[in-house]
Design a protein around this ligand. Sequence first.
Ligand code: SAM
Length: 296
Amino acid sequence: MIDQKSNQIKEESMDDLWNVWFTELHEGKSGLTFKVNRLVESLQSDFQRIDIIETEEYGKALVLYGSLMVAEGDTGAYNEMISHVPLLAHPDPKEVLVIGGGDGGCVTNVLKHPGVKRCTICEIDEKVIEVCRRHFPKLTSGLDDPRCRIKIGDGKKFIETTDETFDLIILDLSDPIGPAAELFQKSFHQSVFDRLNPDGIMVAQSESPLFNPETVKAMYGNLRDIFPIVEMYSCLMPIYPSSFWSFAFCSNKYHPLKDFQADRYAQTDLSDCNYYNDEIHKGSFALPQYVRELLK
Ligand code: SAM
């Protein structure tokens, strides 16, 4: 390497040589890129490839089948929004079910609400839980809460065979490919509806309206055939493609804004939230015009 000042050849250090980047491509046309300091762990489970990388910007991150899921230094927006928005639209959520969510972030946020008596998580891949426990102790802390019940298995099978009902069901799933594909279908959403209490709420991560408009359009069309109330809300998630992420709020009875539980919000200790607050709760339902058009 040439030293710019002296114009002399300088011995290269390992730091100069280590120039590795992780890129998540969007249809081969654009991508989200992170500088990687080291590959921490890599394995192939029965369901997917699992990598833990250490990024320069966000610290350790979980990558499933080449897609970045969560990072220790990300804003926390996704996990806070998928949990606190529905929990604070329901007057008394006691029984919660999370399908997917093996990184533990959603469950950990759900259990910040003392009124929740039990949070069941049904994750298909126990290796995701095992790896995340090892590398993200804070994110996964809720998995050790005595109110948490862990079921390893396919969420579709669980929903179709259980006779339990829930106040809130959260679909914290990976993208609609591989093991999660069928859980984006109308028949699965109908089965989820059938396992909700009469005033229950379902929330599902619903991809990026900017990058996945066809998936979003089809999904909301199906959900509206099943649920009386279907509203999209969004968050800014810099580690996801397009950084603009959406969630489907689906309910039999409660409206996410009209039924916002302001008193319970004031009494619940959410002081370690980095993104969610009462104003964000309301503001997240405001949608850009092109998204309104998409959902018409
Ligand atoms: N925050 C993430 C995102 O959208 O990028 C999703 C969180 S979480 C890591 C997704 C989890 O869903 C994965 O651990 C995956 O194993 C799990 N999953 C996929 N298909 C599933 C199924 N059929 N039943 C239960 N869990 C499933």
